[in-house]
Design a protein around this ligand. Structure first.
Ligand SMILES: [Zn+2]
Length: 224
């Protein structure tokens, strides 16, 4: 399975058990005699179940609070908000922390402002890289890229070729963000959502229907 960390635990047991720990962590418990090939086969036979279960494990922001110690799923990965020990704010993916230059504050507004600034930078860097890459492949020219706190949509494209993306995309899996980028770039060729438009999207992102579905299902849970 793509994008999955799989841990295999062999022990003196007679049955197999597959557990999905998080959206991308799978634990497989098997008897000692199980070869890697057998494990692979087992996982293959459970693909449907895993997929369904994964779908159900949407990241939830219900517990989201702008406070030190709070956890935020950046790129689908739980990251803990901490006061930065240096003079800058940064994301530390090595130890899953969000280091904020806010001191030991309890002021939620201050944390929110600093956090949003930081996430904007992170998202912009990712999107810019992808826009450069995809626009070349798709043969389109764009003007400016902006990250905005918009909630009604994931992205938009103006007739002048300006691309806007919602900050909330930082809470979305990167492969789905790629769909949003390709969608907006496709608008540089066809401005509406006609059949011709979706044909272009599909040619660069064949699984666009799944991506749309995912965004629809998760839109409300993903608000910064
Ligand atoms: Zn559109």
């Amino acid at each position: 399975m793509e994008n999955m960390n799989i841990t295999v635990k062999r022990s003196k047991r007679k049955t197999c058990e597959i557990r999905l720990l998080t959206q991308d962590e799978l634990e497989v418990r098997v008897p000692l005699f199980y070869s890697n090939q057998m494990v692979e086969k087992l996982i293959d036979s459970k693909q449907r179940w895993i997929y369904k279960k994964r779908e159900g494990m949407r990241p939830t922001l219900a517990s989201l609070k702008y406070q030190l110690g709070g956890v935020m799923p950046i790129w689908q990965r739980p990251m803990t908000i901490m006061p930065s020990e240096t003079s800058t704010s940064y994301l530390n993916f090595d130890n899953s922390t969000i280091q904020l230059r806010v001191g030991l504050t309890t002021e939620q507004e201050l944390i929110k402002r600093e956090l949003k600034g930081l996430l904007k930078e992170e998202l912009k860097q990712y999107i810019e890289g992808k826009v450069i890459q995809f626009s070349e492949i798709m043969g389109v020219k764009y003007n400016q890229i902006r990250i905005k706190s918009i909630h009604s949509r994931w992205g938009s494209c103006s007739s002048k070729g300006n691309l806007n993306f919602a900050l909330n995309l930082i809470l979305v899996p990167q492969e789905i963000v790629d769909y949003v980028i390709i969608h907006e770039l496709a608008h540089l060729r066809v401005m509406n959502h006609s059949k011709a438009f979706w044909k272009i999207v599909e040619s660069y992102y064949p699984k666009y229907k799944e991506a749309r579905k995912w965004l629809k299902a998760n839109a409300q849970a993903l608000e910064l």
